[in-house]
Each structure stands twice: as structure tokens, then as C-alpha cells.
Write a protein that binds this ligand. Structure first.
Ligand code: PHE
Length: 342
């Protein structure tokens, strides 16, 4: 029996030392120390031994059990340690390998100018509205005091969608004035940026699609002074405190009086040069006091309320702001061009 025990010890220790993972270690534990294990089987025969032999063999059996238990625990630790080392090795990051640079895009100059303008207007308490590019002629013209037969409604200038001229691609953001007055509570202070469409040939300063930013303020006691202050603030915030603004009388069917706003040429300071085509000034927007007929058409009493509106050409602003000489550059989206703006 003593020999049997020694054999078990020898075999088991060898097998445990060879175990490569915890499941095989566990099956070894069951095979030797389990209820039906080899060691247990030997111990069950202890009854057959004489009284002298029993304590001797018992002690050996205990030693073997302890030795096996200890070996199993030690091997388990070894396996665990090896697994950990392997995981660490696998997960090692070589910090000296050059990284993959994440290439960041650039904001388009138009987005930049729009963001800047929004910022200025939000600071003055305006909120931002958006409207459809496919518009009813009713909103784009009629309700802006531009009756049927008005030259602005000509098929040569406007992209009509229906043959009866009732639906079109908006030619200006001004229909948003009517939409806002119809649906929003007074007092009103909104800007509405977006795309507009006109049948223009493409050249350095024209495109059949471009962007405008409409502004509208309606309240009691609004005057031309509010209009001038607001637009001067916009120009000075965009182009610096030294920029000079000029208000020039003009005509729009839906404002009275109307004006156009010019910014003094940043290049020649009014002398006249190539940039401003000898004018000394660059036109940036149209504006005026909302025509009483337009107010009344939206259910607003012109005796009680007054307002001003303006429409800024965003491409014009961006071209001036970033000294871009050709409008087409802004729509071609050549990355070599765009990369210059952050
Ligand atoms: N909608 C006009 C244009 O496109 C600009 C404008 C807007 C004029 C608002 C007056 C008031 O030229």
C-alpha cells in the first residue's frame, strides 16, 4: 500500500506539473483527490490494515494528499501568471510607432461667414428661422407687394416649377418675412438664412444658386435708426470697428423707404481701385422699412406696428471677408482652396 501511495504521488506530481490549463488541472484533482479518485480508493482500503500499519500508512496518505493539493495550487498559480503575462504581452502598445493622423476637415468660408453673422444677430436678440426653397409665387412675390406682371416675376429670371407660375425656386429669402409675420407672435426679431435661385449665367460674381440672409424686426416704434444701427453693428463686427458704411436710397417693392448698404472698400478706403471696380464702395445688402401693405397683408396693423427688413448676400460677405476674387471658387469645393480656411 505504501508503494501504491508512492506511485500515486509520483504519477500525480508529474501529471500536475505538465497540466497546461485549469480544466485539465481540475480533472487531475478529481482523478486523484476526488470522491472516486485514486488516493481515495487507496484510503478506502485502510480498514484492511493492521493496527500498527494504519497510523504509518495514514500519515503517508496524508502527506501525499497535502503534496498533491499543494502542487495543484502551485500549478494553478503558475498557469494564472503565465496567462496574465501572455495577455500583457499581447496587449502591449508600442508607443514609438507613429500614429495614424486623424485628418480634420475645414469649415467652408460660407459656413464661417454664416456662423459669424448668426453670432452677431443672436447677440442682438434675434432668433433663427428657416423656410422652404421651393416656394409659392404668392409668398415670393404677391404678398411682398410684387403683383402679377411685375418685371421681377419674369420667366427669364426665375426658375418656375409649375407652368401656371404658382410654384418656384425662391429668388430671395424675403418670403420668410411673410411666413414669419403670419405664424410668429409679435414683437418679431428673426434672421432666416438660406439658398436662393435666379436664372443667372455663371461668372466671377454670379451663380444661379447663392445664399442670402434675411432679417426682419417688427415691433411698436421701430424706425430707420434701428435699421441703421443694426446693420452698422453687423458690418463693424464682421469687418472691424473702422469699417465705414453707406446707406444709399434704392427701391424694393416690399420696403418703403428702401436702401442699399455699401461698405467702403477695404483695399482703397473709398479712393476707387480694382477690387471695388473704381467705385470706392462695395454693395453688400438691400434693406428698408417693411411696406405698410405687406404688414397689413399679414394681419398686422401698420398704424400700430412698424418694422425693418434686410437681405444680405452671404457670398458677397464671404468674398469681402476672405478676399476671394471669384465666386465660383466657393462652389467648386476644391480642397486646395478650402484648406485655406479653418
Ligand atoms: N430681397 C431683396 C433682394 O434679394 C433684398 C431685400 C431684403 C431688400 C429685405 C429689402 C428688404 O435683393
Amino acid at each position: 500500500m505504501k508503494q501504491q501511495l508512492e506511485q500515486i504521488r509520483k504519477d500525480a506530481l508529474a501529471a500536475i506539473g505538465q497540466a497546461q490549463d485549469s480544466p485539465s488541472l481540475e480533472s487531475l484533482r478529481v482523478a486523484y483527490l476526488g470522491k472516486k479518485g485514486q488516493l481515495t480508493a487507496v484510503l478506502k482500503q485502510m480498514g484492511k490494515l493492521s493496527a500498527e500499519e494504519r497510523p504509518v500508512i495514514g500519515q503517508i496518505a496524508n502527506e501525499v494528499r497535502e503534496a498533491l493539493g499543494g502542487a495543484i495550487t502551485a500549478q494553478a498559480k503558475k498557469l494564472e501568471q503565465a496567462a496574465l503575462e501572455m495577455r500583457l504581452r499581447r496587449e502591449t502598445v508600442d508607443v514609438t510607432i507613429p500614429g495614424t493622423p486623424a485628418s480634420l476637415g475645414h469649415r467652408h468660408p460660407l459656413s464661417r461667414i454664416l456662423d459669424e453673422a448668426k453670432e452677431v444677430f443672436i447677440g442682438m436678440g434675434f432668433s433663427i428661422a428657416e423656410g422652404p426653397e421651393i416656394e409659392l409665387a404668392d409668398y415670393n412675390f404677391t404678398r411682398l407687394n410684387t403683383e402679377e406682371g411685375h418685371p421681377a416675376r419674369d420667366w427669364g429670371d426665375t426658375f418656375y416649377i409649375t407652368p401656371d407660375s404658382s410654384v418656384l425656386l425662391r429668388t430671395q429669402t424675403s418670403p420668410m418675412q411673410v411666413r414669419a409675420m403670419e405664424t410668429m407672435p409679435l414683437p418679431l426679431r428673426i434672421i432666416a438664412p438660406g439658398r436662393v435661385y435666379r436664372k443667372d449665367e455663371v461668372d466671377a460674381t454670379h451663380s444661379p444658386m447663392f445664399h442670402q440672409l434675411e432679417g426682419l424686426v417688427v415691433d411698436k416704434g421701430i424706425t430707420m435708426a434701428d435699421l441703421k444701427g443694426t446693420l452698422e453693428t453687423l458690418v463693424k463686427r464682421l469687418y472691424g470697428p473702422d469699417s465705414v458704411v453707406r446707406f444709399r436710397p434704392h427701391h424694393f417693392p416690399f420696403t418703403e423707404p428702401s436702401c442699399e448698404v455699401d461698405v467702403q472698400c477695404f483695399e482703397c478706403h473709398g479712393e476707387g481701385c480694382r477690387v471695388c471696380k473704381g467705385e470706392g464702395w462695395i454693395e453688400v445688402l438691400g434693406a428698408g422699412m417693411v411696406h405698410p401693405r405687406v404688414l397689413a397683408g399679414c394681419g398686422i396693423d401698420p398704424e400700430e406696428y412698424s418694422g425693418f427688413a434686410f437681405g444680405v448676400g452671404l457670398e458677397r460677405l464671404a468674398m469681402r471677408r476672405f478676399s476671394i476674387s471669384d465666386l465660383r471658387l466657393m462652389f467648386e469645393n476644391d480642397v486646395r482652396f478650402l484648406r485655406q480656411f479653418s
